[in-house]
Write a protein that binds this ligand. Sequence first.
Ligand SMILES: [Zn+2]
Length: 276
Amino acid sequence: MKKIIYFILTVTIPFNYLLAWGNEGHMLIARKAVDFLPEEMAYFKQWASYIEIHSVDPDNRKSSDKSEGHKHYIDIDFYKEFNRGEMIYNLEELKKAYNDSIVNEMGVLPWATAETYKNLVLAFKEKNRDKFLIYASDLAHYVADGHQPMHSVINYDGQMTSQKGLHSRYEIHMVNKYLEELDKSFYSQEPYYVSDPLSFVFYYITNSNLLSCIVFDADNLAFSETGLRETDDYYRILWFRTRYITVLQVNSAANDLASMIYSAWLDAGKPNLKDL
Ligand SMILES: [Zn+2]
């Protein structure tokens, strides 16, 4: 057992250096989410470029803050409870069942997202513009990470299935190549009230985990058809086979983020922030 844990820890460490959706993807999702806010929060659009630019800050913090990297993912299929459909949502209970360092190494994205949400509610209540802009930008980042399928699996870089490097091939190289098409694919939904942020986060992370199979299959197919990875033809096939779920995921990320920002404002009692 010790050997297995050691292996898992060893292969998990480099994850800190991986970036979900790349900077371009993160900024696109943040910008769209602010656009999708309801009419009663229309004034929030004056801060759209701040949130867009600062939505990548959490990735930049990784080099100076050791605890930051683990907030960007959860290798959720590491847990037998998840695979049995009985995932433990409570962080303390999960740490009791495993231990602090294992839970930390497997990633704490759901709880980092819920914590940021809580801080955003407080900042809204205090009408503290500097704080709510920081927390809204952080939330933009973590919500987007939670929609990236490769941020929710233990085989996060294809390292266990001879597909190493798939993480950045999918989220950075492919996304940047087809960014324009992605940009045009957004559609807004009516933001709605999220009554239980932590369950909501687990809901979309579970979906991301299930969709990761499509990314793995697409990579294998693109490789077997072209014989090489990282060629234009490889990326054309990777995009063709994952376009539908990628469009769905970036759209869900933007819409779920809009719903969370809106819900945080409702939880804060709809403060008037117009003239800040
Ligand atoms: Zn990230």
